[in-house]
Design a protein around this ligand. Structure first.
Ligand code: 5AD
Ligand code: SF4
Length: 441
């Protein structure tokens, strides 16, 4: 029998990294590792990194520095860097930081167990290939551990859109969709272990075109097939590109009862001049017309978006156009970022907006978005919505879950359990969650 060793994984960035970390832990489970939440107990530490915005590599170096003392105390401790920073700067990390034993990119982490054997022998291991084999073929089955009621499931990876600011096409590679049957198999496996809500993940999830019965399937077709799985109650997906919002997907939002009324549809800017420079392939008006079509299929859908302020050459008028678009859409949720130059991307070479101007625009944009978020949350009071309970709250008898619209909801009624899907009457709206009363389970 192999000795049990402990693995500590720290995850940065997007939901796909959360999913990848789970899969890495599962792969290492096969090599005799159990997960720990405590770095000082670990035999191996993995940083699953994100490269999307500035100072990504600096953050990794400073985090690695914090593990130096641990490695002195415990010379057998192995330290690895995974994820998109590993992909982009792995060799340099290996050179600059002797603490690092292992570097693994997002497409090759199924090889972690073999790499572990090498680092245990005192070698260094680096793998940032885009291998011909699919990592999910190696990691076919999910271990049978008990799970919470929600799970992520990657169905598509990579991106061919090449927005001028974005590193994803370089770090995650070209767009690839998993075969539909593989996705369904993984979903059934998750549901058999208590999962009731699945969020389908992809950098361009609505460009999904996985091989299926009768040819390539669209994301809508996949969602309909998933909705036939008994015990799976809720389906979500993220992140989508406006140009891939096909008619069948819009229709599914109106017709598929298990598809939740929430859509993350980033637009980045409301100025056509900037959208063109960003290489987005759509206009502000095209986006607004798309939103109208989505809302006519599902009038109560809650929309969320991503915005970049201070993209190179953004003027006050361009920025104002973004605020106008936000006013016109009325978002339920939004994420906003100051533009940061990413090496190797086209926009990095262009005239940059002053940092102080970026900060001031970000504040104005966030003030508007906060008002909209607040209003969307407050408008839930008095409505009865579905809530999937996930865990106990901080107060005795309290349960916390997510509404159909992804708002956090807490109830004080005794008797609800994690995994219960209830109808809840919303009675109050707090700073970042709703309060409610169970009407029916
Ligand atoms: N600077 C700022 N924000 C960025 N994003 C992607 N690249 C950059 C960048 N260079 C944002 C986009 C994207 C989200 C995931 O991160 O808004 O939708
Ligand atoms: Fe990046 Fe644009 Fe692709 Fe999204 S669509 S991952 S922002 S290049």
């Amino acid at each position: 029998m192999t000795d049990v060793k402990k693995l500590y994984i720290k995850t940065y960035g997007c939901q796909m990294n959360v999913y990848d970390s789970e899969r890495m832990a599962e792969a290492m489970g096969g090599a005799g590792y159990v997960e720990t939440q405590e770095p000082s107990e670990a035999d191996m530490i993995l940083l699953n990194t994100c490269h999307i915005r500035e100072k990504a590599a600096e953050k990794v170096y400073s985090e690695l520095g914090r593990f130096r003392a641990l490695k002195v105390e415990k010379p057998d401790l192995k330290i690895g860097v995974a994820g998109c920073v590993a992909q982009a700067e792995g060799e340099e990390i290996m050179r600059r930081q002797p603490l690092v034993d292992l570097v693994v990119g997002p497409q090759s982490y199924h090889r972690l167990p073999e790499m572990e054997v090498r680092v245990r022998k005192g070698e260094k291991a680096l793998d940032t290939d885009f291998p011909a084999e699919d990592k999910f073929d190696t990691l076919r089955h999910r271990p049978k551990a008990a799970r919470g009621p929600t799970a992520f499931l990657t169905v598509q990876e990579g991106c061919d859109k090449f927005c001028a600011f974005c590193v994803v096409p370089y770090t995650r590679g070209a767009e690839v969709s998993r075969p539909a049957e593989r996705v369904l198999e993984e979903a059934r496996d998750l549901v058999a272990r208590g999962v009731r809500e699945i969020t389908l993940l992809g950098q361009n999830v609505n460009a999904y075109h996985g091989a299926g019965v009768g040819g390539d399937w669209s994301l809508a077709r996949l969602i309909w097939a998933l909705s036939d799985i008994e015990g799976l109650e809720r389906i979500r997906f993220t992140t989508s590109h406006p140009n891939d919002m096909q008619d069948d997907l819009i229709a599914a939002h109106g017709e598929c009862a298990k598809l939740m009324p929430y859509l993350h549809l980033p637009v980045q800017s409301g100025s056509d001049r900037i959208l063109k420079r960003m290489n987005r392939g759509h206009t502000a008006d095209g986006y607004l017309r798309l939103i109208e079509r989505i809302r006519s299929a599902r009038p109560d859908i809650l929309l969320s978006g991503d915005f970049i302020v201070g993209f190179p050459e953004e003027t006050e008028a361009d920025f104002q156009a973004t605020l106008d678009l936000i006013e016109a859409v009325n978002y339920g949720y939004a994420f906003s970022f100051k533009y940061s130059t990413r090496p190797g991307t086209p926009a990095a070479e262009r005239p940059q907006v002053d940092e102080a101007v970026k900060s001031e625009r970000l504040q104005r944009l966030q003030a508007l978005i906060t008002r909209q978020q607040r209003a969307a949350q407050d408008a839930m009071v008095g409505r009865t919505v579905g809530v999937l309970f996930e865990k106990a709250g901080r107060l005795p008898g309290q349960m916390v879950g997510k509404s159909d619209y992804l708002h956090a909801v807490h109830v004080s009624d005794a008797g609800a359990h994690p995994g219960d899907l209830a109808q809840v009457e919303i009675t109050g709206s707090g700073s970042n969650s709703l309060a409610g009363r169970i009407v029916a389970i």
